[in-house]
Design a protein around this ligand. Structure first.
Ligand SMILES: *Cc1c(COP(=O)(O)O)cnc(C)c1O
Length: 403
């Protein structure tokens, strides 16, 4: 099949070409294009988790908490902050599911704007984000102001400006839209939200580990994100949360657990929050998922987030070249931004046949992501995905469509 440029050449000149071999690669999987839903394990994790069971967990048992695990939610948070988020130490933690961290941070934000009645969110946001604010609005008697972005785009500064008022308490937006891959203007939207006296919470699920952010410099109030997507912590690895330093001592979060209390091991009566970011922790976090994430963080630190973003752009650009050449002539439409500056690390394409096409591809060990009613997402995780996988994937979709 004729494609320009050739994947073999692109892989050969890729400055990050050494990284795909650092991930577990089952021979049965010929192309993995769903790193935006669940990242591959690193080979370091494969080894570390086996020895973790026999040595740290099995050998150290309860002593492991004192020796290593208790501080991990904060030390890992700081490393994430430095390597990927643009956050100085003491503002990032890990723990809970993404859904629970989002709940805690949305509620915390509202404690800082008690006199304001509205939450701004968009209909294109991930279900968990929408369902949470619906529940919280009911719980606290707040009103939702919905932005309705186009299916192939996302929330713009103009959308947010039109939705803001003196009643706005909080704006909740995904940095990268889970469906279209639209990359929102984080500094611009944050600044204009502040001009209206409101706070902003950014959902980083589809950007943490793959798109650079400068949370501190851009004035971001709060952020939450997944660690099993581009941070490869494994299914159910604990989420990350960021609270800007100036808000940490003034906001309160609703899930007052012992691990975030002022003296967790006193077990005394009455809750008082711990000083610092620890107060946003509730209970015991998953250490297994944290360790796998830590292995991935090591690779991210080695590669550098700028180089990772550059490869992400190259991968999505290449996917679009192939889609335009092979699939658009068959009636496939592109539902992701064409401009790389407005795109995260996945490309969404649509065609009525894609439910069937995707099912056939999975049988062949070619694994993209399917979203109803008929979208395929090509999720390209820069450190583990090769250009050859992208070529194989798009060619396989083509072969299935012309069958
Ligand atoms: C993946 C994702 C989630 C997942 O939440 P969990 O609690 O980890 O299941 C939430 N929000 C967004 C935007 C996501 O992409």
């Amino acid at each position: 099949m004729t494609t320009t440029p050739d994947a073999v050449t692109l892989d050969a000149v890729d400055p990050l070409a050494a990284f795909p071999a650092k991930f577990v690669r089952s021979p049965e999987v010929r192309a993995y294009l769903d790193g935006n839903s669940l990242g591959r394990p690193t080979t370091a994790s494969a080894e570390q988790l086996a020895s973790f069971v026999s040595e740290q967990w099995g050998g150290r048992l309860i002593r492991g908490w004192d020796e290593a695990w208790y501080e991990l939610p904060l030390t890992l948070g700081d490393r994430l902050g430095a390597a990927t988020l643009g956050a100085a130490p003491g503002q990032t933690f890990i723990g809970d599911s993404t859904t629970v961290v989002l709940y805690k941070l949305i509620r915390a934000a509202l404690t800082a704007r008690p006199d304001r009645s509205e939450i701004v969110i968009d209909t294109g946001n991930f279900p968990t984000d929408r369902y949470l604010v619906e529940g919280i609005a009911d719980e606290l008697g707040k009103t939702l102001r919905w932005i309705d972005p186009p299916i192939d785009g996302g929330v713009t500064a103009d959308h947010v400006r039109a939705a803001l008022s003196e009643n706005t308490a909080l704006v909740v937006i995904s940095h990268v839209a889970y469906r279209s891959g639209y990359l929102a203007d984080m500094p611009g939207i944050t600044a204009l939200t502040h001009d209206a006296g409101a706070l902003v919470l950014w959902d980083l699920c589809h950007s943490a580990g793959v798109v650079e952010t400068q949370l501190d410099d851009w004035g971001v109030d709060l952020a939450a994100g997944c660690t099993y997507k581009y941070l490869n912590g494994g299914p159910g690895s604990p989420a990350l949360g960021y609270v800007r330093a100036e808000h940490i001592e003034t906001m309160t979060q609703p899930i007052q657990g012992w691990m975030g209390s002022s003296s967790p091991f006193e077990m005394g009566p009455g809750y008082a929050p711990h000083h610092g970011i620890r107060r946003f922790i509730s209970g015991t976090p998953s250490i297994v998922g944290s360790l796998a994430m830590q292995d991935m963080l090591g690779l991210i630190e080695e590669a550098g987030i700028s180089a990772i973003r550059a490869k992400s752009v190259a991968l999505t650009e290449y996917a679009l070249v192939l889609v335009d050449e092979l699939l658009v002539p068959l009636g496939v439409t592109v539902s992701s931004p064409r401009d790389a500056a407005e795109r995260g690390s996945h490309v969404t394409i649509d065609h009525e046949s894609f439910a069937n096409v995707n099912a056939e591809l999975w049988k062949q060990g070619i694994i993209p992501d399917f979203r109803r009613p008929h979208s395929i997402r090509l999720g390209l995780s820069p450190l583990s995905t090769t250009f050859a996988e992208v070529q194989l994937g798009v060619e396989a979709i083509h072969a299935q469509m012309v069958k």
